[in-house]
Design a protein around this ligand. Structure first.
Ligand code: ADE
Length: 345
């Protein structure tokens, strides 16, 4: 890529973006706060999933100061269903730190020192909010650049791909408008240079794209996929009067800290061999395929004995189910089962 071609491609990208970018809520009347919230929510999560959460979040917590003062419970409740809950805790910490600083940090190095801010998020925040000249490098950018330059060597994993493509993305960055450039790369990856069936006919780069020229765009980038592992979890549905037994995940847990789930049978080993599961829930998280079987168990004296040894198990009145923070899949599951009349008190 010579400087002439780079300038030409940069210009085409900005024209393409200006002609029809999605009017996402963090793009209208943008602010540092909106940029930070959107970038945290968009980590590992699609735009369409984030949209309702973002709108509600901005109404409830309109600025860093309000967020810093909010309770842990209300923050977790507003994040319920978005997944990767450490992001919510990190945002809370970040808001507290920023509120206490004499001035707002403006460089990616400084932002990376804050909780939950990795190289991608620091680059996105600083380029979008402060026009800092740094390229964002994520799956979208790697896909676009690997196709544009027909990079067909295998990439071991995402970290390897980021390392390999950072110098090229940096060279390709439009330093006169890094904000629009980065957002346009995100937009092109999300709407046009799609993983499967890219929409090359409407791509601003089509006549320059080496992969499209060779007809190999669909097979790039060559990311080596990890094998998926199977995981089976047995869950319990135990009820008493108008209460359902739930397990609150401990505060120090790596995943889902403080959220409620249906109790797992992993530590209790209640024999389930002769019982048919009432329901089965299947889902996939990164390279794990998870099957959860739900067993309806009567509240017998032996179950009561087991329960007393489980410090995180709690009886939750049905009237409170809506107001506690449940893991997303379990919220859907419980609501569906309650509607089907599983609760028989
Ligand atoms: N993905 C990550 N950051 C984004 C942004 N600011 N707009 C759209 N998609 C994104």
């Amino acid at each position: 890529m010579d400087i002439h071609q780079k300038n030409q491609l940069n210009k085409l990208l900005i024209i393409w973006y200006s002609n029809g970018y999605r009017k996402l809520p963090w793009r209208t009347n943008p602010s540092l706060y909106k940029t930070v919230i959107s970038e945290f929510m968009l980590q590992q999560t699609q735009v369409k999933t984030v949209l309702p959460y973002f709108e509600k979040w901005i109404k409830t917590f309109p600025d860093f100061h309000t967020l810093a003062k909010a309770s842990d419970e209300s923050i977790l409740k507003h994040w319920e269903g978005l997944g990767y809950y450490s992001r919510a805790r990190n945002l809370h910490k970040l808001a507290k730190v920023l509120s206490s600083l004499p001035s707002i940090p403006k460089t990616p190095e400084e932002w990376q020192k804050l909780s939950g801010v990795g190289p991608y998020t620091a680059a996105a925040i600083c380029s979008i909010a402060f026009s800092f000249p740094i390229a964002v490098v994520d799956g979208n950018v790697i896909r676009i650049l690997s196709r544009l330059f027909a990079y067909d060597k295998p990439l071991k994993n995402n970290a390897d791909a980021v390392k390999i493509f950072t110098p090229l993305a940096t060279k390709f960055l439009n330093t006169t408008d890094p904000n629009t450039h980065n957002q346009a790369m995100m937009e092109l990856g999300a709407t046009t240079c799609l993983k499967h069936s890219p929409l090359c006919t409407v791509c601003p780069f089509v006549t320059f794209c080496k992969a499209a020229g060779k007809g190999i765009q669909g097979s790039l980038p060559r990311l080596i996929r990890k094998k998926t592992t199977q995981l089976t979890l047995n869950r319990l549905w135990i009820q008493k009067d108008d209460c359902l037994l739930l397990e609150q995940i401990p505060t120090n847990a790596a995943r889902l800290a403080n959220l409620y789930e249906l109790p797992s049978n992993a530590n209790t080993q209640i024999p389930l061999t002769n019982i048919t599961p009432t329901a089965t829930l299947k889902r996939a998280i990164s390279n794990q395929s998870i099957q959860e079987n739900l067993y309806q168990i009567p509240l017998s004296p032996s179950i009561k004995t087991i329960m007393h040894k489980q410090p995180h198990w709690q009886w939750i009145p049905l009237s409170q189910i809506e107001s506690i923070a449940l893991s997303g899949p379990h919220r859907k599951w419980i609501n569906r089962l309650l509607k089907q009349g599983l609760f028989t008190s």
